[in-house]
Write a protein that binds this ligand. Structure first.
Ligand SMILES: Nc1ncnc2c1ncn2[C@@H]1O[C@H](COP(=O)(O)OP(=O)(O)OP(=O)(O)O)[C@@H](O)[C@H]1O
Ligand SMILES: [Mg+2]
Length: 487
């Protein structure tokens, strides 16, 4: 280029060429001199605008890259959504973000709110809210794949008063919204709802921005959903495994105890049978009757043990079902005391029933009988011969309080902690040579709790024990109480 031609070029053009080169290199912080409004000046201002737009696009792209890599770092869906809530604010305005999934429910597609976060004090439309997709305005968004801007929700609601979801977010204080469909592998999976408390918040640029991340975002959210589902499934399976392990341990313990406790009586029965079968044995008629009675006693004991084992197995595997009936407490207690008095009289003991308040109680009569039989048989089993047992019932705020008071050895502090556990054979020993398996109180506690009640003992060691339990007059949620009383 000659010196002459250089003089004829406008200096500004040379500067603008340099600026264009800088822009090409990605340098956006430029000083473009202001210029007079001739054609070259107009070119300068156009260059200024271009530099500004490029700078904004560059910042935006950087931000989007950062967002996608941040979001990628989240593993569980809830974490990813939290990151979205934190990061998107710079590029799309909002006071609230909602996220809903499309689910199949009984053959129809429904949109279920999975998550919502808001700067507002009240979030009314939140997890669990569900509505059919068919016929909704969301269906159009899914079909067209086009995000939708509603910049005046109050007005929209006036024209579509049947839209319950719009009504709810308007009640939250939301005035404009941008609804974006999420699609993975061509399959619609859900929606992201950006919303703002100001009307007219959203413009087409926000749709463009969302489009740039939509594909990536959909894949990540779907991945998060799958990971969350797998994690929840894993937790469920682990809980089930733990329960199965617990039941397996119990089963082994039961088998061990059953084998141990049945060996004695079976051995005795075999011995008696051998004796009776032995033609050479000199057994008188009276001795024969006594031996046969003994076989009966041993068989009864085995039957009781097997019943208790079956009971506790049923209870521990959650199969304790109560058949509630209205029970007349006065009659019920009189009959119970009469039944147990026969056993007590063998040990010269008496059972006194204090006057019971009249009234009905809703309970399972067979199970309630079991509770009293266990408590009264313990009182008889562990108390000195000739002592007295007292049964009472009183009205308390939470229902009826039943008590069985004995004059036995009482419960030591150490024994208390194991009293209601399986196979708790503790320091008190039977005073009349009765058998002791250690299941009675464990079964009793679970029955009482399945009725929504609770059981405990008051005792000063050496001063006797008062086992008491409170039952609601009418159990409210028997199934839940039974479930809670397990383990
Ligand atoms: N009224 C009582 N006074 C003192 N100790 C008691 C009394 N009731 C129970 N115990 C102690 O608590 C332990 C557990 O009682 P639990 O009724 O569960 O089993 P068990 O009576 O030994 O056997 P079973 O399964 O035949 O009832 C008993 O072995 C005994 O040591
Ligand atoms: Mg007992």
């Amino acid at each position: 280029m000659s010196n002459n031609s250089r003089h004829s070029v406008d200096e500004r053009i040379l500067k603008y060429i340099e600026v264009a080169r800088q822009l090409e290199r990605g340098e956006f912080n430029l000083k473009i001199p202001a210029s007079s409004p001739d054609q070259v000046g107009i070119l300068g201002r156009a260059l200024q605008d271009l530099a500004y737009t490029l700078k904004m696009r560059y910042v935006e792209t950087q931000k989007l890259n950062q967002i996608t890599s941040n979001i990628n770092a989240g593993l569980l869906l809830d974490d990813i959504l939290e990151i979205i809530y934190l990061d998107f604010r710079d590029i799309i305005p909002y006071d609230r973000i909602g996220f809903s999934l499309i689910e199949d429910s009984e053959g129809q597609k429904i949109v279920r709110a999975y998550w919502a976060k808001s700067d507002l004090p009240a979030v009314k439309l939140t997890k669990g809210y569900a509505a059919p997709l068919a016929g909704s305005s969301l269906e159009t968004i899914i079909k067209t794949g086009q995000p939708r801007i509603l910049n005046n929700l109050v007005d929209y609601l006036r024209h579509k008063p049947q839209s319950a979801s719009t009504r709810t977010i308007v009640e939250e204080g939301i005035r404009s919204s941008l609804t974006c469909p999420l699609v993975t592998n061509g399959i619609p999976v859900g929606f992201i709802f950006f919303s703002s408390v100001r009307p007219n918040t959203y413009i087409d640029v926000h749709i463009d921005i969302f489009r740039q991340v939509a594909g990536h975002l959909s894949v990540i959210l779907e991945k998060g959903r799958l990971v969350s589902e797998l994690t929840a499934q894993k937790q469920r399976i682990e809980a089930q495994n733990q329960e199965l392990r617990h039941l397996d341990d119990l089963k082994n313990t039961f088998l061990g105890i059953a084998a141990h406790d049945l060996r004695g009586p079976i051995g005795n029965i075999k011995m008696i049978a051998d004796l009776l079968a032995d033609g050479n044995a000199m057994v008188s008629a009276a001795e024969g009757t006594s031996l046969v009675n003994d076989i009966g006693r041993q068989a009864n004991y085995m039957l009781q043990l097997l019943n208790d084992l079956l009971d506790i197995t049923r209870i521990e595997s959650g199969k304790l079902e109560l058949n509630l009936e209205s029970i007349n407490m006065v009659d019920f207690l009189a009959e119970t005391v009469k039944r147990q008095s026969t056993l007590a009289s063998v040990k010269n003991m008496t059972i006194t029933l204090k006057p019971a308040p009249a009234g009905l109680l809703r309970a399972d009569p067979i199970r309630l009988r079991q509770v009293f039989d266990n408590l009264l048989s313990n009182a008889i089993k562990y108390s000195p011969l000739g002592s007295n047992i007292e049964v009472s019932v009183t009205c308390v705020a939470s229902g009826r309080r039943f008590a069985v008071k004995d004059r036995g050895p009482g419960i030591t502090k150490k024994d208390r902690t194991r009293l209601f556990q399986h196979f708790a054979r503790l320091s008190a020993k039977p005073t009349g040579g009765e058998k002791s398996v250690g299941l009675g109180l464990a079964i009793t506690r679970r029955i009482v709790e399945a009725h929504g009640g609770h059981i405990d003992v008051d005792s000063e060691p050496g001063q006797g024990a008062t086992f008491w339990f409170v039952l609601p007059v009418s159990p409210v949620n028997v199934a839940a109480a039974a479930e809670q009383s397990r383990f």
